[in-house]
Design a binder for this molecule. Sequence first.
Ligand SMILES: [Zn+2]
Length: 266
Amino acid sequence: MTLLGTNTYLVGTGTHRILIDTGNPNVLEYQSLLKKVLTDTQSVISQIIITHYHLDHIGGLSDTRKLCGQDIPAFKFDFKSPQLKSVHKYEDGPINYIQDNHVFSVEGATLTAKYNPGHTDDHMILWLEEERAIFSSDTILGEGTTKFTNFADYMQSLKDIKEMKPTTIYPGHGPVVSEPIPHIDYYISHRQRREEQIVSLLQQSDQSALTIVQVLYKNYPVEVHGEAADVVLLHLQKLQGERRVKCRGDTANRESLWTMSMPNKL
Ligand SMILES: [Zn+2]
């Protein structure tokens, strides 16, 4: 179902279905559409899977439970980071935290949950065995590129999806991707190109996230420069994790200076 921004998916062919994501809270049109689909197919929701904690994926959970059954179990991955765990604790009902490779099955659908962080620390994708397809949630969208909170994790997650060789990608937003490999390659190369540009600037002289943005985003309005600087910081933090760059100050500060770790080899 693709109403209003977030795609949610009702999976299975029998009387019991799995709902992947619940959309935003208080979207009455969505809830009545869901009810209609369940009535038309004479089915009920037996399990709800939440791909990650963002409101446009988990926000409709309590509405859906009110409409379809208060005791429908919901499943997601927990956060790796203890700090995020306490900040984003879900308090509108019970959640079951699952481990990597947890399998869900109903008639017509076998789904394997794969931990796939980067967009967020608790993010999962789902492998649908019957179609060899992936529900990618926000790691890969139907169009445009997505945001990430950890760049190293995000790149690894893209590579993990590519290795699974899906025949189809059902994204969390945007149209279904029927040719996944070129689509994933575009995501990977787009980010790698940015990284190469950042490294090449640092090879010329020390830079802050803001000075990098002034070069790489010079054709974009200044209003987006702050957000772009945060993306550049995530790139720099990944390079720091690989010991390729060093920071001369607070790694979260857009004005801190960064330098290459090793002298350039010719
Ligand atoms: Zn998201």
